[in-house]
Design a binder for this molecule. Structure first.
Ligand code: FCB
Length: 299
């Protein structure tokens, strides 16, 4: 018996029985595409997606991440897809490319920053525009009816992957600036040993500056240039990273965790956490335990 398959790749039921398919999924709140993509077995090929506007949320086992305009995600073959519009955003428009990889791309497709098994990449500001344009060009090329459009799309995709690799190796070189390494180590150290010192933002930057023998404005500028984010954002990311670990692996209360990370106001901590992770600390902990106990039951 044959059953009818969907002809629209944006709707469930499309076979993706192809080497290369790409498109734009324009999800609007309550619109026709406003549902969660749910593919528990994943796909045969890779998917890279780029958030164009609005925000999406991606669930990966215990982990949750929000994607914002300019974020690229890569889903390797066979991993579950569960994602959609972030509930408090009005839209999530994202471009995506589904492809079967060439053998020589393997290393270029393994992106080190990961949420579960989904790779994440945010290009440095100086190339982000070019990479986004190139990505959209790949999508458009693959949809054109001209001859050679599929092979040209593969060629452009290879171009995209190479440019990403180039930029990463340049960043690695830059990261060797010892003052930035020193500043990062110092910040991590303070967060662990004297979190209360992180309370006041200005004096915090001042301390980092003194530690690396530069003025506050010089280190702020240099830091942003090398790391792509400000000192305060980087510090916040480290704190939230630690918070996730403590929530998942210790019985400490949320107030204790907030305090141990230098947040004197627990509500403020919960707000920052929710903003970055998409769930409150309490919900995050509950979700982790739920999925662990499900795994333990299964085993
Ligand atoms: C579309 C989704 C998009 C991507 C492709 C492969 O239906 O909207 O995010 O998963 O399928």
């Amino acid at each position: 018996m044959t059953f009818e398959q969907n002809e629209d790749p944006l709707q469930p039921g499309y076979s993706f029985n192809a080497n290369f398919v790409a498109g734009l999924t324009p999800i609007e709140k309550n619109g026709i595409y406003d549902f969660f993509v749910d593919r528990p077995e994943g796909m045969k090929g890779y998917i890279i997606n780029l958030t164009h506007s609005g925000e999406g949320v991606v669930y990966q086992g215990d982990e949750v991440m929000n994607c914002k305009p300019g974020d690229f995600l890569i889903f390797p073959p066979g991993i579950p897809h569960y994602y959609g519009r972030r509930p408090n955003a009005n839209r999530w428009h994202h471009h995506w490319i589904y492809f079967r990889a060439r053998a020589m791309w393997t290393n270029w497709l393994s992106w080190p920053e990961k949420i579960g098994r989904v790779g994440y990449y945010r290009p440095p500001p100086e190339i982000s525009d070019d990479l986004e344009k190139l990505f959209v060009q790949i999508v458009n090329t693959s949809q054109s009816l001209e001859s050679y459009s599929e092979i040209l799309s593969m060629n452009l995709l290879e171009n995209f992957l190479i440019r990403r690799m180039q930029s990463i190796s340049q960043n690695k070189k830059e990261l060797k600036d010892p003052r930035i390494v020193l500043a990062c180590n110092y910040i991590t150290d303070i967060l662990q040993k004297q979190p209360e010192l992180t309370e006041d933002n200005n004096s915090f930057i001042e301390q980092v500056a003194q530690h690396v023998f530069l003025s506050s404005s010089r280190i702020s500028h240099l830091f942003k240039e090398h790391m792509g984010v400000s000192i305060l954002t980087w510090r916040e990311d480290q704190r939230i990273h630690r918070a996730r670990l403590l929530l998942q692996t210790t019985p400490l209360s949320i107030a204790q965790i907030a305090q141990s990370l230098g947040y004197s106001d627990q509500l403020y901590f919960s707000r920052v956490f929710k903003n970055k992770i998409g769930l409150s600390p309490k919900k995050f902990r509950q979700m982790t335990f739920k999925s662990w106990s499900a795994k333990i039951k299964k085993a």
